[in-house]
Design a protein around this ligand. Structure first.
Ligand code: TYD
Ligand code: MG
Length: 463
């Protein structure tokens, strides 16, 4: 038998080397290069994803790929309906439901609730669709116990304790499910690759094989993936490249809540979030997440303000806090949690230059409550208001809401979906909104006083 060939692969970017080295030349990361073994036959059959899909007979399934070239106009536009996962929060994150033949990667820390979410989903789906759950991490008894404890309808759920990708695909061919769950990619293995499950080659080849399988058969595949300590998906970047949709299940600062966040979606908006609560009866949807992120105390403190951010396709109300305090050590600190640090520095300069407020000898801390990350510029106006409120030690009424972008010349610029943000604020009981002039609603909104701002200096009079 020929000797297996060894080579070295970067676990971050997947670059290959003949020898071990400390730093990856491609992506620059340190200590990410690991030894991999591949059998010579496999190497000869090209490193691509030849595994499952190609090796299996897929007769009976509507083939989608490998049909030769056609004109784009000839392709039938009749889209197949999406399947509903049974959870509207989950459906929205996926862009409106499960697309047939798509591959969805669900990442998250151990204990985030990935297995629970998928188990609940397949059980709900099983009433009207065929599903297959391949569990590699937990035994069949463990899964069954959990399902019965959660009171899930299990009679139509097909399950297998299987870690070989080839066997999983073969099972799926005979079971013909519409949805297949693989829990998790880190424990599965592909034939002919001699490195351990979880290694770069195994993860890469396994995911590639499952993707090919999904495209060929039209089965929607959910792949569970673990994340590393710094919160990125374990395994090479290629894992995220080859799937259609990548979502992360995060444990919020408040341990009870889980946020499902879409990072990549070929069929919908990214940045979409879904919120769940982990209860003793499993995951429950939180239909009104603004209510939990905006869980504010009765008494008003200086430096706190509610803002409306736009997450994917809907508005979300979150609380922003700022602390501006005299610096003790002559080296003022600027720290922002949940917003961009550079943006904070920029806003401080704009405040100085265009509003005459200087925080030169002050520490400035900014925090978005509830562990929410704000990635849009609409937080500029509320951020400035919160900082001014803390600096002047003057609380802002808790029924005031704000949003808006601030430019380098001190102008307050409009942000997308102004009307929807205002509607959400009214729904949550806010009575006053401080917003950019160009976001002013065309008709007055009952019960809402709207303050229109053109320049950053005008914000000084609002605190
Ligand atoms: P699990 O789905 O096993 O996480 P993952 O697959 O992402 O590793 O979730 C396990 C966690 O969820 C565990 O910490 C216990 C908690 N949990 C509950 O609080 N209530 C429940 O009903 C269930 C099933 C889990
Ligand atoms: Mg699990």
């Amino acid at each position: 038998m020929p000797k297996p060939k060894n080579f070295y692969v970067c676990s971050n970017c997947g670059a290959r080397y003949a020898r071990w080295q400390g730093q990856c030349r491609e992506c620059g990361s340190w200590n990410t290069i690991e030894e991999e073994k591949v059998s010579p036959e496999r190497e000869a059959s090209s490193a691509g994803a030849k595994a499952a899909g190609a090796a299996l007979k897929l007769s009976g399934f509507a083939g989608q790929s490998g049909t030769g070239a056609v004109s784009l106009s000839e392709i039938s536009l009749q889209s197949r309906p999406r399947l509903s996962s049974g959870y509207s929060e989950f459906d929205r994150v996926l862009g409106g439901g499960i697309v047939q033949g798509s591959v969805v990667l669900i990442g998250g820390n151990p204990g985030a609730g990935k297995s629970t979410l998928l188990l609940q989903t397949v059980c709900r789906l099983s009433s009207s669709h065929k599903v297959l759950y391949a569990t590699g991490e937990e035994s069949l008894q463990q899964v069954a116990l959990r399902a019965s404890r959660l009171g899930l309808p299990v009679s139509a759920v097909r399950i297998a304790a299987e870690t070989s990708i080839e066997n999983i695909c073969a099972l799926a061919v005979s079971e013909r499910p519409e949805v297949l769950v693989v829990d998790s990619i880190q424990v599965t293995h592909v034939q002919d690759i001699e490195s351990a499950p979880g290694s770069v080659s195994q993860v890469r080849e396994g995911a590639a094989a499952l993707t090919q399988f999904a495209k060929k058969t039209g089965i929607a595949v959910f792949i569970v993936g673990h994340v590393t300590k710094d919160g990125t998906l374990a395994g090479p970047k290629i894992l995220e490249h080859c799937v259609d949709c990548s979502v992360i299940l995060e444990v919020g600062a408040d341990q009870r809540f889980r946020t499902l966040r879409c990072q990549k979606n070929r069929f919908g908006a990214v940045n979409e979030i879904g919120v769940f609560a982990m209860t003793d009866k499993g995951l429950r949807e939180v239909r009104n997440p603004s209510a939990i992120f905006l869980n504010r105390q009765e008494e008003v403190a200086a430096g706190s303000l509610a803002m409306v951010i736009w997450e994917g396709t809907r508005p979300l109300l979150v609380e922003l806090q700022a602390l501006v305090d005299e610096s003790q050590y002559g080296n003022p600190r600027r720290l922002s949690l949940g917003t961009d640090q550079n943006r904070l520095a920029m806003l401080l300069s704009v405040l100085h230059r265009h509003a005459g407020v200087e925080f030169g000898d002050q520490d400035v801390f900014v925090n978005v409550v509830g562990g929410v990350r704000v990635e849009e510029t609409a937080s500029d106006v509320p951020l400035v208001l919160a900082m001014l409120s803390s600096y002047k030690n003057r609380p802002i009424d808790r029924r005031v809401i704000a949003f808006g972008e601030i430019g380098l010349t001190g102008e307050v610029r409009p942000v997308p979906s102004g009307q929807e943000r205002l509607n959400e604020a009214v729904k949550q009981g806010f009575v006053k909104a401080i917003i950019p002039y160009d976001n002013a609603p065309s008709h007055p909104i009952a019960g809402l006083e709207v303050v229109k701002i053109k320049k950053v200096s005008e914000l000084l009079t609002q605190v």
